[in-house]
Write a protein that binds this ligand. Structure first.
Ligand code: NAD
Length: 346
């Protein structure tokens, strides 16, 4: 990762920050204390939250802004927007990916950019851990069987392989989330593998993960969890052939992006009952009303909830304020984004 260039220490009075995000989000990001901290660090009107760059109010704010504190719903910061923002030098994003709003023009100006992706990784990893533990126990299948048959199950005869002890988990992507999942899995007796073309065997070893190629990871694990970014190179990386390689009774967990999986092939494979899935993300979102994924008994389907929601959103706000504090002190961001990384990050 390239370190961002040194930032000059601005005079607090000069350091004007402006919030840009969808309506209603800033109240969830900044509780009273965090808002007070933000206001003590920079000159910001936290009641003014832009969600567009065209109105007279927005143009007046842009003319003064040195930092944009952005959130979900921030429109693209285009060359035209930058012309209206002559002092803009930093974008501190309260969400994960900055690809939707930080444009080429921003990189060309040398604007420094920070992301809250590390803070957003924590709830996704927690959701994944919960999904892995329940999948290992066969909880979804057994819940369905109990509800429909209303009788106890002969666990010894019918489910000899359930549980976590020496079961295997394969992670696709040593991303922020993938690494956090690996960390959360450490106290358990799983054997954890990883597929990531950007990870050296030395790094995998340091993380306590067994490096594998993708076909072997798919065929060699009881649970496979996807944590790679959506990129041209990862589109449908889990295709029909890959799904067919998965073990009988294995579980595919997707909290990453729907486009990583050939969804039609996944539906076909799930319909046979051979494998199970925990799916938080689909393509498209929302699924069409007649999608079999809504009703298949071996699928747990959630509406893109693994990332920060509810109280977890406050953690994103705190992360952004910490980054602004670093910027105000002339320090590099703790979570910078550089243009060179864009080809392989979310
Ligand atoms: N469900 C949710 O609510 C939610 C929330 C946040 C993020 N996400 C998704 O989770 C995924 C991971 O997010 P992140 O912030 O941890 O990502 P990240 O930006 O930290 O991941 C980048 C890393 O992914 C790895 N990678 C790149 N290409 C790969 C490939 N072809 N195969 C395997 N690994 C590859 C590389 O190690 C790279 O450094 C993304 O798809 C993201 O969109 C979902």
């Amino acid at each position: 990762m390239t370190a961002p260039k040194e930032i000059s220490v601005p005079d607090r009075q000069d350091l004007r920050a402006v919030l840009v995000m969808q309506p209603g989000l800033s109240g969830a990001l900044f509780d009273q204390q965090t808002r007070a901290e933000l206001e003590s660090l920079v000159d910001v009107d936290s009641d003014l939250v832009l969600h567009e760059f065209e109105s007279p109010v927005a143009l007046a704010a842009l003319a003064e802004a040195e930092v944009l504190i952005t959130g979900w719903g921030c429109p693209p910061i285009t060359a035209e927007v930058l012309r209206r923002a002559p002092r803009l030098a930093a974008v501190v994003h309260t969400g994960g990916s900055v690809k939707g709003h930080v444009t080429e023009a921003c990189w060309e100006r040398g604007i420094v950019v920070s992301t809250a992706a590390a803070a957003n990784a924590l709830p996704v990893a927690e959701y994944t851990l919960a999904a892995i533990l329940l999948a290992a126990k066969g909880a979804r299948t057994l819940e369905h069987r109990y509800r429909s048959r209303r009788e106890f199950v002969d666990m010894i005869a019918d489910y000899p392989a359930v549980g976590t002890y020496r079961r295997t988990v394969g992670l696709v992507g040593a991303s922020r989330i993938g690494r956090r999942v690996a960390e959360l899995l450490r106290p358990f007796d799983f054997i954890v593998s990883v597929y990531d073309p950007y990870l050296s065997t030395v790094e995998a070893d340091e993380l306590g993960l067994v490096p594998m190629n993708l076909p072997d990871l798919l065929s060699g694990n009881d649970i496979v969890s996807l944590h790679a970014p959506a990129l041209p190179s990862t589109r449908q990386m889990i295709d029909a052939a890959g799904l067919a390689r998965m073990r009988e009774g294995a579980t595919l967990i997707n909290t990453a992006r729907g486009v990583l999986v050939d969804q039609d092939a996944l539906v076909r494979e799930l319909a046979t009952g051979r494998i199970n899935a925990v799916i938080d993300v689909t393509e498209p979102e929302v699924l069409p009303p007649d999608s079999p994924l809504y009703s298949l008994p071996n699928v747990m389907l959630t509406p893109h909830i693994a990332g920060a929601w509810g109280v977890e959103i406050r953690r994103l706000g705190v992360s952004a304020v910490e980054e602004i504090q670093r910027y105000a002190q002339g320090l590099p961001f703790a979570h910078p984004v550089t243009p060179a990384e864009l080809a392989y990050i979310a």
